[in-house]
Structures are given as structure tokens and as C-alpha cells.
Design a protein around this ligand. Structure first.
Ligand SMILES: NC(=O)c1ccc[n+]([C@@H]2O[C@H](COP(=O)([O-])OP(=O)(O)OC[C@H]3O[C@@H](n4cnc5c(N)ncnc54)[C@H](OP(=O)(O)O)[C@@H]3O)[C@@H](O)[C@H]2O)c1
Length: 242
């Protein structure tokens, strides 16, 4: 797939990583981009860009939108939220909102756009997950669960949409310097570096893109004993060797 020859629909396009995606798509010669967000006032003003007001948690609005943008052959599901609500003491409304946006909102986009992609030859989907899909952190566990759900969904879609010739790619990255995590004073990727890494991999046909070393490390640790990853974990008995 060549992004310069594609018609692209991207969610969460008004700031952060989505904005960096839009800038990088323009650098790569994209001629037609539908740039969606709830607030489109900050979407880049460019003749190649059509701003679309869209809340991805409103599945009827998502379906109405997909019905009018019938030329899309690349869908980038970037929109997402985090609330930092703890799983046990946090407000369940916050935890549900992470699942509603990150998982069900992304799923609504895929369900509505799959026929559009099929009609245009199959096309490609890029789902933005996170390193958090693979690593638990205090105060980000509801978010992490929603991103693990996006990972599992992406794996399933790869199978379900193979028959219509759709490439389904997942993107995972660690902390990145956007509004989402301004409150955290930790090392961060730049949104530009993530967008470049992601679009390089997407165009090259990678099905899972790990955008930085921290993400590669947490993916590699999936096969480790949890006590090595979470040293604070409580374990009541020491497992006996078999
Ligand atoms: N920043 C990080 O450290 C990091 C790390 C790993 C993964 N990610 C993921 O990267 C993606 C982009 O996040 P970001 O860091 O760029 O955060 P951000 O600056 O907060 O941007 C989030 C974007 O999502 C849009 N959005 C949120 N809820 C929406 C809804 N219901 N409908 C439509 N659009 C919605 C926002 O626009 P409106 O509010 O105007 O709708 C905004 O454009 C997210 O999926 C995030 O989970 C981020």
C-alpha cells in the first residue's frame, strides 16, 4: 500500500499523535485525508484535508459518516482516551468510558468502514493500541485493559477481514508527549517519531508495529513469570519445581 495514492480516514486528528500522523501523511504526498475529531477547530487547514466532526462512541454517527465517505481505502483508528482511574477505587464511569472509546468506538469504526474498504479493493486498517496492552501500571489499568482489548480485536480482525483483502495492523508505543499524559513527568517519545515509525511499518506491510525500545521490551516480557515483571506482586506460596 502506498499512502500517497490512498484516501485516508483518521480519527483523533486534531492534536497529539493524530495531528503528527496528518502532518506526516502530507509529507508523504497523501492527496486526500478525512481528519476526524469531536472538535475539528484545530484540524490542519489544507486543501487535501476534509475535517469531519465525529464522536466515535456514537455508532449511528459513525455509520452515517461511513456512508458518505465511500472512497476511503485506509482507516487509521487513532482516537483514544485515558482517565487514570484505578480499577478498584476508581469511578466505574471513567473505566467504562475508556472501554467505550478505545475498544467499542474503534470497533464501531471498523464495522462501519469494512464494507467501504472492501468496495475499494480491501484497503488497510491501522489500529492504535499501546504498550500498556502488555504492561500493567498503577492508575492506568482500566486504560490498559481497553488497549489489550484493541490488541485482541486487531488480531481477530486480521482473520475476519482476510477474505476481503484488508490488511489489519496494530500499533503499540510507550509514553508519548501529548495532552493525554501532560501530567506525567517521565521520558516520552515525540509524536512525530511515533508517526514516522508507524507509517514506515504500515506502508511496508507490517502487521504489528512496535514504535520504541520500551514497547519491544514489554512485548518480549510477555513470556516471563509475572513475578519478574511485577516484583510487588503478592504470592502466598513459592511454586515448587515440577
Ligand atoms: N500519549 C501516549 O503516551 C500514548 C501512548 C500509547 C498509545 N497512545 C494512544 O495514541 C492515541 C492518540 O492519543 P494522544 O496521545 O495523541 O492523545 P490526545 O492528544 O489526548 O488525543 C486524543 C485524540 O482522540 C480524540 N478523541 C478522544 N475521544 C474521542 C471520541 N469519543 N470521538 C472522536 N475522537 C475522540 C481527541 O479529539 P477530540 O477530543 O476533539 O474528540 C484527540 O484528537 C490514543 O489512542 C492513545 O490511547 C498514546
Amino acid at each position: 500500500m502506498q499512502l500517497s495514492k490512498s484516501t485516508i480516514f483518521i480519527t483523533g486528528a486534531n492534536r497529539g499523535i493524530g495531528r503528527a500522523f496528518v502532518d506526516e501523511l502530507l509529507v508523504r504526498g497523501a492527496e486526500k485525508i478525512y481528519a476526524a475529531a469531536r472538535d475539528i477547530s484545530a484540524v490542519v487547514d489544507d486543501p487535501r484535508i476534509t475535517p469531519i466532526t465525529l464522536d466515535i462512541t456514537d455508532s449511528e454517527a459513525v455509520a452515517r459518516t461511513a456512508a458518505v465517505v465511500d472512497d476511503v481505502d485506509v482507516l487509521i483508528n487513532n482516537a483514544g482516551v485515558t482517565t487514570f482511574a484505578p480499577l478498584v477505587g476508581g469511578d466505574l464511569t471513567d473505566i467504562r468510558s475508556e472501554m467505550e472509546t478505545n475498544y467499542f468506538g474503534t470497533l464501531a469504526m471498523v464495522r462501519a468502514f469494512a464494507p467501504v474498504l472492501e468496495a475499494n479493493g480491501g484497503g488497510s486498517i491501522l489500529n492504535v493500541s499501546s504498550a500498556a496492552a502488555w504492561f500493567g501500571m498503577e492508575h492506568s489499568s482500566g486504560y490498559a485493559a481497553s488497549k489489550a482489548a484493541v490488541w485482541a480485536m486487531t488480531n481477530g480482525l486480521r482473520i475476519e477481514l482476510s477474505g476481503q483483502n484488508t490488511q489489519v495492523t496494530g500499533l503499540h508505543m510507550a509514553s508519548t508527549d501529548t495532552e493525554m499524559i501532560t501530567s506525567l513527568d517521565i521520558p516520552k517519545n515525540t509524536p512525530q517519531a511515533v508517526a514516522i515509525e508507524a507509517l514506515d511499518g504500515f506502508e511496508a506491510g507490517e502487521l504489528e508495529i512496535l514504535a520504541d525500545n520500551d514497547t519491544r521490551a514489554v512485548k518480549a516480557a510477555l513470556s516471563a513469570d509475572p513475578i519478574d515483571v511485577y516484583p510487588q506482586a503478592v504470592r502466598h506460596n513459592q511454586p515448587q519445581p515440577l
